[in-house]
Design a protein around this ligand. Structure first.
Ligand code: ADP
Ligand code: 5GP
Length: 182
């Protein structure tokens, strides 16, 4: 049986990565689709594990060859995209696939594959989001500021999603995601 496609989006720092890890560790049939990006790797990130790190030229080549299921210019800074064939292969092998992508990309996926299940992760408040984003210590203050500005716009699009999970207590949010997928 063909697998199902789940798309997780939400503002940077809201806890998507944390929820994703939990889902992948707890759901046997779920696989994660590794995205391509033009951003530089963070300390500890490995090419082919967190992302496929591509040059801008390579990314543009993939766009022109129509290899992406979706792609977007995120935070007005870098390109991120999901390779179409990766997703199709996994679905045809019967695996459920989880994408963790921004809202522009998620809406592109819904247009191309209406059966995809879109899940938006929202913060309990913008103040809490800022705290998490700053607490993670992976971005400079200037990048945090840009990500928060993007977050305000992303939050406006949450009604286009099939489900909204408010990531207040982590345990509850993990449980909600698991239930949606099951
Ligand atoms: P994202 O992938 O959406 O950018 P992360 O999963 O990296 O976000 O989470 C951002 C930070 O917030 C991390 O330090 C993470 O441990 C923390 N975090 C995630 N969920 C919660 C929660 N429910 N309550 C408090 N902190 C959280
Ligand atoms: P980060 O740079 O923190 O790893 O990710 C930044 C943002 O890019 C996150 O909000 C994440 O969801 C989004 N993103 C990651 N991969 C993709 C992708 O393949 N496509 C799209 N559209 N967005 C992505």
């Amino acid at each position: 049986m063909r697998g199902k496609l789940y798309v997780l989006s939400g503002p940077s720092g809201v806890g998507k990565g944390t929820l994703r890890e939990h889902a992948l560790n707890n759901l046997q049939n779920l696989v994660y689709s590794i995205s391509c990006t033009t951003r530089s790797p963070r300390a500890g990130e490995v090419d082919g594990r967190e992302y496929r790190f591509l040059t801008r030229e390579k990314f543009e080549e993939y766009i022109s060859k129509n290899l992406f299921l979706e792609y977007a210019h995120v935070f007005n800074r870098d390109f991120y995209g999901t390779l179409k064939q990766d997703v199709i292969n996994e679905l045809e092998a019967g695996h459920d696939v989880l994408l963790e992508i921004d809202v522009q990309g998620a809406l592109q996926v819904k247009e191309k594959m209406p059966e995809a299940v879109l899940i938006f992760v929202a913060p309990p408040s913008v103040e809490e989001l800022e705290k998490r984003l700053t607490g993670r210590k992976t971005e400079s203050p200037e990048v945090v500021k840009r990500r928060l500005e993007t977050a305000i716009n992303e939050l406006k699009l949450k009604d286009k999603y099939d489900y909204v999970i408010i990531n207040d207590k982590l345990e509850n949010a993990c449980d909600e995601l698991r239930k949606i997928i099951l």
